[in-house]
Design a protein around this ligand. Sequence first.
Ligand code: CA
Ligand code: CA
Ligand code: CA
Ligand code: CA
Length: 754
Amino acid sequence: MLALILLASAGVAAAPISAAPDATARPLALPLIDQAPALPAIAGVSSSGNGKPTTPRSVPAAAALGSGAFIIYSGVGTPVARTAVTFPVAGGMPLLADWDGDGLATPGRYEAGQWFSSSTILSNAGWEAKASWGGQVGDVPVVGDINGDRRADIGVYRAGQWHWQITGGATVDETFGEPGDLPVVGDWDGDGLDDVGVFRAGSWILRYANVKKAPKVSNDVVVTMVPEANAAILTFPFGLPTDTPIVGDWNADGIDTPGVVRDRSQWILSGGATKLKQSTTVNVPLAAGQTALVGTQATLPGHCPTATSTSEKMAYKIARRVVAPATAKGTLKIDGMAEIKATVNDGLRYVIVNDLTKRLKGLSSLPYYDALNRYPTDEESIRRVANSAQAAAIMATTSDWKKVNGISRNELVSYARWQIRTVACQHGVNSPGGWGNTFQSALWATVAGQAGWLLWRDLSSQERAYVASMVAAEADYSVARGPFYFRNRAGVELTPGDSRADEVSWDLMAPALAMAMMPKDPRVPTWRATLVSLSIAAFARPSDLTSNGIYNGVILRNSLPGTNANEDGTITNHGKVNPDYTQNVQHLWWAASLLRNAKQSVPSAVFLNADVVYRALAVVNFPSPPYAAPGGVVYQPLGQIYYPMGVGWGVRRPATFTGVDGFANVFAAADTKAGEFLAAHARDTRALQLRWSDGHIYAPGLGEETYKLGKEEYALSQMALAWWSGAIKTSTNFSIMRDKVPGVNLESRVPVPQ
Ligand SMILES: [Ca+2]
Ligand SMILES: [Ca+2]
Ligand SMILES: [Ca+2]
Ligand SMILES: [Ca+2]
């Protein structure tokens, strides 16, 4: 093994680890890998809601400013899940409140008269200074919506005096309570305005406003009418003097009720003054240093816990524009597909078992889990499961999967849906501060989005909503970013050593999928113009700057501001001619395939230079010197890879090339021999996988593949795309659209990051 690595590091193609497997000699029906053990059930989700705004529901929460961590738990009566976000370490008292009126409470803090807030729930956006209010020694900060505009008002309780600063700027002073009381705020009567109260040694004293006749209450509640103030004062015991009072609308009926936290673990929630005896107890222990807080879920229980009412409503609207893809079936008639299908099936066995029994163990009882907090990078948190969900969705919809390796189709689909909805829920368009609108996020949204689209008929309405919204949002972000270039027209490298072909080709995926999914969306013309712009820019070559070629109305020589590919189709990245990035040309054909799957014609611009770039893998010869010994074509016999300027990501990753080979076998010229390379890379990948009995591909460590953020899932995604390319080739029609596309803008409009 060591010798192999050394050879390949010198730029030499690694020899096959075993003799090339002869697939025809090995009966594929033989049980080659272990059956999956019995798997834990995955929580389902309902189709209730349909995007109609719901009353935000209170949920337990905890925060410690000393560590900056805020933790929001799931709603009462549902499995205890948690979403965490870490803010900058600070002093003072943590708060959670709906500062912007979207139905979702987000972090805030009060420190010596200074107020800070944030509108994010899934990422640390820093503390924003909000106001200067209060600050006397002994002031207790309070928040509530006093004027009924849904946005939190801030105040301080000062020994029986309340001083409010209302959203919009007004102030309100009132008197209620005594020195030593703990202030509590809530909408006791459900009129949409928060009311005041105090907790005094196990007794609650609440003021109901605008009351003319005494409210009906439980036996233990004493009502004192205050006619001159149109108010009623309700006094009743609930909790112990040593308890911490909290207030919330635990059942989303619009009425806030008292609760207490006992022994820093038991949350005892009352039914309110009318049902005082009906209390619910939930166990949410507080860690050292944590303060008990009350958060909200703005959606129905069982829906995305961090989405806002506003975002969910919009998501349902967008989902109604989606048309499910045409049915497409993979084929074994293409050479290599038998190995590909077997590899994906067995790889899914590995990934699903690994996720449900180890990596994400215990989380499958939650309809949504906090994926973003699994890993330090969004790439590992999101892309990893998007890749495995995509592979699962492809096999569930384009193969004859009934029960494979002990996994039923229902289990396969449940797994895919769980990952898809979790990833889509935590996208920033749905949950404030979530992932997205960044490097590579258009690709992740496309991978997860394609999975959701393929499974459209299996999804619940909430899953459809979050998926459609995620895809449309990333398409819009691609529109806003526009193209980037490696070199300007003069040939000067703007980002020395690093082509932008990868980023631009990722970015073109989201508008392509959005067009495929939502053909009637009013943004389709903008998405189409962006698909054309980014497709031209992604792999533009120096000779295009003087080319008379016309693609969807764009005359290249007049319009191109720069280039991203080298003249021979190679891509320079990380300072070298880099096969692992030349492979990114697959995104052009992948985008075309999405449109084919939607029965749409494909803009001609999507094919600019695709063939030329693929030739840099399959045809172009690299002489040595100047290239690494022994020189040759990147694609070597038996699926081996030659790296002309050294290895970027590892020496044994044939699966990386199966996706592009599959698409090339659909779209590239026959003399590239894409079909032969597809079969060779498929067989080599299968040989790697058959070294083990659990379905994974790579040996431990980083010798074979150095990608650390989910290499098994990434390989699975590429192999599944290869399988899907066969379905596209044999099951869908193809037409090219050469018409002028209005609105194409090839200019760079975002500053080049340094
Ligand atoms: Ca909010
Ligand atoms: Ca307000
Ligand atoms: Ca009220
Ligand atoms: Ca309630």
